[in-house]
Design a protein around this ligand. Structure first.
Ligand code: BGC
Length: 724
C-alpha cells in the first residue's frame, strides 16, 4: 500500500465521519443555533431551543417513551433521556415496558450504605463524597436523572422506606441532601428530590390522603425539599403517590405551582412517581411537567400525551402551559450538558469503594458498650461465633426501587473472616430465619456456648413488611424469634455483642440489659462487612449518632400514641403536628430507649466554654470547645439546639439548628464554631405567610445528643425579622 493511498483513505474516512456527525446533529447546528452555544446564558438557550420546536416535539418532552426514558428529538440533537433509580446507587436496567431485569451485563453499580445511615454519620463531607459516587456512576451508565435522594421525614418507625430517607429531623435531612445533590449535579447528572410530599408511609401510599396543618407542612415535611431547591438547585422533583388535603400530589396546584414553583422559584421539572398520574386536566394544570410510569400503553395514551394534545387542539389548555413544561424539561436537559456530549464517568473505582467504606464506618452507632466490651481484642480471643441471618445475608438486591445489582458486597461474616485471618477461629450459624426453626436456634446457642465471644448480626431485612417499598412494618419488634434467640445466646455466652441492621428504630427486648454491647449498623453497603470488622476490632472508632429516636415501645412514638397511623377511611391525620420524633418525646416527657443524636465512642468527649458572637441581624455564631479526654482518637458530633423561651405560639422545646463533626486525637481539644442565621430562630407564620423570627429570648443548647446538653447560653433577638 502506497503512502498516498493511506492518506486518501484517511481523508475519505474523516469525511465519512464528519457527514455522519452532521446528519445526526441538527440542522440548527449548521446555522450556529444559539441554544448550542454553551457560552450563552441558559435562559436564552432554552428560549431559542423552545422556539424551534413543533407541538409534537414539545409533547414528547413531557411524558415517557419507556419505563425509564423520554424520547429523543434527533432533529434538534436532543438524545433520548435516561432516568434511573435510585438513592443508593444506579439501579439495574429493566425492560422497556415492564419491570423485568433487562438481563444486561453492563448494569452493575456500587452499592452504597442506605441514606438513613449516611444521615447517621452527621458528616456533610461524606454526603458530598457519596453524591460524587452516584454522579460518576450515573454518567458512566448513561443516565441523565438519578431518582434520589428521598427526603421524606420519619413520621413513624414503621414506614417501609425509612431506610431510604435521612431520618426524623428536617435540619439534619436538609444538610445531608443539599450536599448529596450538589455533588451529583456537579457531575452533569440531575438529582431528583422525592417524594414531594408527605409520602411518609407505604400503607395505602397510592391512595392515602394526608391531612397536615400548614405550619407542620412547612416546618417539618417541606423543609428538606425547600433546602434542596433553594440551596442545592435540584433540577427535578418527584411528586408523591399520596394526596395532600384531598388533592393528588401529582396534580396539587398548591404544592407544585404555588409553593414549589412560585414561592421557591423552582425552575426545574416535576415528574410523577411511576403510575402516580391520575388525569390529564389535573396533571396539566396542577403543575406536573413529566409523566412517568403510567401503566397504560402505548405511550401516546399517557395522560400528558394524546389527551393533552387533544386538549391543546380544542383550546382547553393554553399553549403556554405546554411551553412552560417544555421549557422546564429543556432546562434540565441543557443544564445536564447532554447536548454537547458528557464525558464518560466511572464505575466501582477505588475511590468509590473507599467512600462506601468510609460512610459505613462513620454510620455505625454504638448504643451500648458496658465495661468496654468493644473493641474486641484479638490477642485475647481465640474463637468467635458469628450468629444471625444478617451475618451472611446480601442486602443490595432488595427493598424495592432502591435495589442495586452490586459489583460485590462484603457481608459481616466475610468482613470478620478477612480481618481475623488465622488469628482466631470464626464460625457462623444462621440462628434465625424467615421460617422459624428450633434446630437453627439450637445450633447457634451451642456455637455461642463454645466461643470466646459471640457477634450477633440480626435485625431487619428487605423482605416485604420490613424495610421494603410497598409495605410497612407490622410492628417495631425484631422478627423471626430473635428476642428469644438473643435471650438464649446471652445466657449461653454473656460476651455477646449485638449488631442490628435496619432502616429505623427497633424495639429492644429484655436481652438488652444483659448484653454488653449494641451497635446499630443500618444497611452498610458493599463495604459494610469490612467497615464493621474494622469497628468491632478497634481500627475504627465509632462516631455515628442516631438520625432517629429509638422509642422504648411503638406506642410511645407520636403517630402511634395518638392512634394516627395508618389512618382511617383513607385519610391519615398528622395530629401530632410539629411534634415529630424527639420534639414529641421532649414535649411529652417520655423517656426514649435511645434519643435522637445519641451515639457512644471508644473515647470520651467533654464540652466547655460556650460563647456567642452576635454581630446582629439575627445571625449569631456559637463557639465552644470539645476535648477528647479519653485514650483513643475519635470523632464527636457536637449538636446545637435552639429553644425559644416564651414563644407566642406553640414551638418545640428544642430544635436542631446546627452541628459539627470534629475529629480529635486522644488528649486533643478544638474550638468548634457553629453559625446560626435568622432561620435558626424562625417559625412559619400563618398570617404573614412567611417565616418569621420574633424578637425575644432564646436558649442556645450545645451537647452530645438531643438529651445530653452540657452547655447553654441565652441569646436575645432584638427585633422581629420577616424572612423569605
Ligand atoms: C417509587 C420511586 C421510584 C419509582 C421508579 C416508585 O415506585 O416510589 O421512588 O423512583 O418507582 O422506580
Amino acid at each position: 500500500m502506497t503512502k498516498s493511498f493511506v492518506i486518501i483513505a484517511l481523508i475519505l474516512l474523516t469525511l465519512a465521519a464528519c457527514s455522519f456527525v452532521m446528519s445526526t446533529s441538527s440542522h440548527a447546528q449548521e446555522q450556529g443555533a444559539l441554544y448550542l452555544d454553551v457560552t450563552k446564558p441558559i435562559d436564552a438557550r432554552v428560549e431559542d431551543l423552545l422556539s424551534r420546536m413543533t407541538l409534537e416535539e414539545k409533547l414528547a418532552l413531557v411524558h415517557a417513551d419507556s419505563k425509564f426514558t423520554s424520547a429523543a428529538i434527533p432533529r434538534l440533537g436532543i438524545p433520548r433521556r435516561w432516568l434511573s433509580d435510585g438513592p443508593h446507587g444506579v439501579r439495574e436496567d429493566v425492560g422497556p415496558d415492564n419491570w423485568k431485569p433487562a438481563g444486561r451485563t453492563d448494569d452493575f453499580a456500587s452499592f452504597m450504605p442506605a441514606l438513613i445511615g449516611l444521615a447517621a454519620t452527621w458528616n456533610t463531607d461524606l454526603a458530598t463524597a457519596y453524591g460524587k459516587v452516584i454522579g460518576e456512576e450515573a454518567r458512566q451508565r448513561g443516565k441523565q436523572i438519578m431518582l434520589g435522594p428521598g427526603m421524606n421525614i420519619m413520621r413513624t418507625p414503621l414506614n417501609g422506606r425509612n431506610f431510604e430517607y435521612p431520618g426524623e429531623d428536617p435540619f439534619l435531612s436538609s444538610r445531608m441532601v443539599v450536599n448529596y445533590i450538589r455533588a451529583v449535579q456537579a457531575e452533569d447528572v440531575s438529582s431528583c428530590a422525592k417524594h414531594f410530599v408527605a409520602n411518609d408511609q407505604e400503607w395505602e401510599r397510592g391512595t392515602i390522603n394526608v391531612e397536615v396543618d400548614e405550619r407542620t407542612l412547612r416546618e417539618i415535611y417541606l423543609r428538606p425539599f425547600e433546602a434542596a431547591v433553594k440551596e442545592a438547585g435540584v433540577r427535578t422533583v418527584m411528586s408523591a403517590y399520596n394526596k395532600v388535603r384531598g388533592k393528588w400530589c401529582s396534580e396539587n396546584d398548591y404544592l407544585l405551582n404555588k409553593i414549589l414553583k412560585d414561592e421557591w422559584g423552582f425552575k426545574g421539572l416535576v415528574m410523577s412517581d411511576w403510575n402516580g398520574t391520575h388525569s390529564t386536566q389535573g396533571a396539566v394544570l396542577g403543575g406536573l411537567d413529566l409523566e412517568m410510569g403510567t401503566e397504560i400503553l402505548p405511550y401516546d395514551r399517557f395522560f400528558m400525551a394524546g389527551a393533552f394534545r387533544d386538549g391543546l387542539n380544542k383550546g382547553d389548555f393554553p399553549m403556554e402551559v405546554l411551553n412552560d413544561k417544555a421549557r422546564r424539561n429543556l432546562r434540565q436537559i441543557l443544564e445536564t450538558k447532554t447536548l454537547e456530549g458528557r464525558a464518560s464517568g466511572a464505575l466501582n473505582t477505588k475511590e468509590h469503594q473507599a467512600t462506601a467504606r468510609k460512610v459505613a464506618e462513620e454510620s455505625f452507632v454504638l448504643l451500648k458498650n458496658e465495661n468496654n466490651a468493644l473493641p474486641l481484642d484479638l490477642t485475647k480471643i481465640k474463637s468467635i461465633a458469628v450468629v444471625g441471618e444478617n451475618g451472611n445475608q446480601l442486602q443490595a438486591y432488595g427493598g424495592g426501587s432502591a435495589r442495586i445489582k452490586a459489583f460485590y458486597e462484603i457481608t459481616p461474616l466475610e468482613g470478620i473472616l478477612r480481618y481475623v485471618g488465622d488469628r482466631a477461629t470464626v464460625t457462623h450459624s444462621t440462628g434465625y430465619s424467615e421460617k422459624a426453626n428450633a434446630e437453627l436456634a439450637n445450633r447457634a446457642v451451642k456455637a455461642a456456648s463454645q466461643a470466646d465471644v459471640v457477634v450477633y448480626v440480626g435485625g431487619l431485612n428487605h423482605r416485604p413488611y420490613f424495610d421494603a417499598e410497598g409495605t410497612d412494618r407490622k410492628d417495631m419488634k425484631l422478627p423471626y424469634g430473635q428476642d428469644e434467640l438473643l435471650q438464649r445466646l446471652v445466657e449461653a455466652n454473656p460476651h455477646t455483642i449485638v449488631v442490628l441492621m435496619g432502616g429505623g428504630p427497633i424495639e429492644l427486648g429484655p436481652w438488652l440489659a444483659r448484653v454488653p454491647a449494641l451497635v446499630q449498623a443500618w444497611y452498610p453497603g458493599m463495604e459494610g462487612g469490612n467497615a464493621l470488622a474494622a469497628m468491632l476490632f478497634g481500627d475504627v472508632n465509632p462516631s455515628g449518632k442516631l438520625s432517629c429516636t429509638f422509642p422504648k415501645r411503638l406506642e410511645d412514638s407520636p403517630a402511634h400514641a395518638l392512634g394516627n397511623y395508618p389512618g382511617k377511611d383513607g385519610t391519615v391525620r398528622y395530629e401530632e403536628g410539629l411534634l415529630v420524633g424527639y420534639r414529641w418525646f421532649e414535649a411529652k416527657k417520655i423517656e426514649p430507649m435511645f434519643p435522637f443524636g445519641f451515639g457512644l465512642s471508644y473515647t470520651r468527649f467533654e464540652y466547655s466554654d460556650l460563647h456567642l458572637k452576635a454581630p446582629g441581624n439575627g445571625t449569631v455564631t456559637a463557639e465552644f470547645t470539645v476535648s477528647n479526654v479519653g485514650s483513643k482518637d475519635g470523632a464527636e458530633v457536637a449538636q446545637l439546639y435552639v429553644q425559644e423561651v416564651k414563644p407566642r405560639l406553640q414551638r418545640p422545646l428544642k430544635e436542631l439548628k446546627g452541628f459539627s463533626k470534629v475529629f480529635l486525637k486522644a488528649g486533643e481539644k478544638k474550638i468548634v464554631t457553629i453559625p446560626l442565621d435568622e432561620r435558626s430562630f424562625a417559625f412559619y407564620d400563618l398570617e404573614k405567610k412567611s417565616w418569621i423570627a420574633e424578637a425575644g429570648d432564646f436558649k442556645i443548647l450545645v451537647g452530645a445528643s438531643s438529651r445530653d446538653i452540657s452547655l447553654q447560653q441565652d441569646f436575645r433577638l432584638g427585633k422581629t425579622l420577616i424572612l423569605k
